[in-house]
Design a protein around this ligand. Sequence first.
Ligand code: HDD
Length: 700
Amino acid sequence: MAVKKKKASAPSKRKMQSGSGGETHQSATADTGVMTTAQGIPVSDNQNSLRAHSRGPTLLEDFILREKITHFDHERIPDRVVHARGSAAHGYFELTRSLSKYTTAKLFTDTKARTPVFARFSTVAGGAGSVDTPRDVRGFAVKFYTQEGNYDLVGNNLPVFAIQDAMKFPDFIHAVKMEPDRGFPQAASAHDTFWDFVSLSPETLHMVTWAMSDRGIPRSLRMIEGFGIHSFRLINAKGESTFARFHWRPKLGLQSTVWDEAVKLQAADNDFHRRDLFEAIDKGDFPEWEFAVQLFTEAEAEAFPFDHLDATKLIPEELVPLTVIGRMVLDRNPDNHFAENDQVAFCPANMIPGIDFSNDPLLQGRLFSYLDTQLSRLGGTNFTQIPINAPKCPFANHQRDAHMQMQVPKGRVAYEPASLDRDGSTPNGRETSNGFRSFSETAPKGEGKGRVRAETFADHYSQPRMFFRSQSPLEQAHIASAFVFELSKVDDDVVRERTVSQLRNIDESLAQRVADGLGMTALPDAAPKAAPVQDLPLSPATTLIPRMKPTLAGRCVGILVSDGSDAKAVDAVRKAVEDAGATVKLVAPKRLVTLKGRKPQKADGQLAGTPSVLFDAVACVLTPEDAARLANEAACIDWFRDAFGHLKAIAACGGTRKHILPVAGIEPDAGVMDIAEVDAFLKQAKTRQWDREPTLRTLA
Ligand code: HDD
């Protein structure tokens, strides 16, 4: 059967980088428009397998079928053991302030360079196909393709980690992942094994309290902070070391969802965060983060009321202020999700001259784990040659062979010292005095090898106490409610009680609220403490709601319309909202809608499939007849009920206010206004209606 062939996919024009002096390869495929096998053999029929006769068996001889199916059968590679679900983008980093006093790293000294980056954001617990909006920590990993090699800053959206020593990582992750006998729950910490581990490991409490805060349910990946977490060393030309902690701060400000909304988003759009990131970049609304450092000396660190080598501790901004030194802009979506997002291999050990590791025992363990996992995930040592992982600066060494070698290094010399490369044809490179050097640290006297946890790591409660007490009353209520929700999913009474006994050491009122929410009649005894709990100065910089930016930039407003809706009213809201930097999406009972006096147009979404959780604020312009009709439509009632319940501004036409809002049980407040009050709507839409919350739900 003659079948029109699809155009073959565009050939890769990318040059494969080889070692210096090595051959530069180019993909052999030319864009001839002809479909071929992987061996380059033209394909005449991509619809039918080769059969013995028209209704006979398929022949083994059909190498085209076999190649196609074989390749398909092997398409999947192992998921990342953690952070499997992620979304990524390309971009660049620009340094705005040189740190040349502290480091020789060109990345942090060359203010003229624009360094390409690839950033990947992820959830931790779920598989690659899990939802985007569970309560979870978000990974924030950035690969800088610097002039001096790849530097990876593999961080999270919280400034602290859950454990102090890498030895505990497999236990922690086994506890949070789905339980091994039953295979559930997917992408959720609300289950017995997680809280069993947490309640027995007080070092987890600081990060867990952050994860229970609204940071655990972000609105958008474009609206999260990022933290390198560990202390790193910056090394200057004199070999002097200064400690640094790294921070990313989103230009759009922080923004979270409310819990009921996060849950409903899981049903409304599995890919909510991935789509949001993709669509923003696609339309040129490039996400941007400030890059900031906290710098401090060894002597300053000695005076901290905690050990900065302990990754469960943050350094309050109030103690060591942030200095903004650069910005990252993400301006290009991946061309291919698998080739880039799946195959990118971040590794905290990818370190450049001028920066060095600290002795944080969690960081030290990570230096082993990432390369190790990538060997099994990506199939061998040559994953560094995959385009997304390859450095963009020249590279050369004596490493040879192994699975999937893509380079063809010339010459007979693959070792050094060597004298036989007389014509200089071997791409091996030589050592340089500018190369990576480790900071030379003097070991403390009188101490030897041992499996030990430093005494300075013993205080597990002072910082979660500082965090909890720094939060606004509403944030504290959200944290307490999140604990109640999670623990209400725990069946084992002992685990629930033991967790509350831990919370007593953080804050008695928190423990009491959680105990009340769980229906406990009495508080269990406080858990034993290995060190006294300190009342540290509060850190307002750790809050979220008080620091949210009142802005519509980067947000999305849904307008509900139907046939005959007043086009001018729709235009007025659209213009005002778009001028304020937000996107507008039209939602209608049917995908095709005809506004009054206009031609039929495609709505962005159909009402039943486009719930209001997808928007930051909603408006609606309906004919009175349609408003009366839609008051009987569950999807429409939910649209408004949820928008109200999720603390969003609502601009409603007269028909909606008369017919729909009463059915949805909405008593208009300051965040509900007439569609004609565009300015008021803009003002309210820039923030959540936090005052509304206590009138709607019981918070712990
Ligand atoms: Fe990790 C992936 C962040 C501790 C072992 N980690 C991974 C990713 C992020 C983090 C963002 C995903 C990178 C990507 O998008 O591909 N991990 C952290 C942070 C930690 C941390 C901020 C503490 C401060 N991790 C940590 C420890 C270990 C690991 C202590 C093991 C001892 N992490 C891994 C891993 C992963 C990983 C198993 C899975 C996939 C991968 O590395 O490439 O090696």
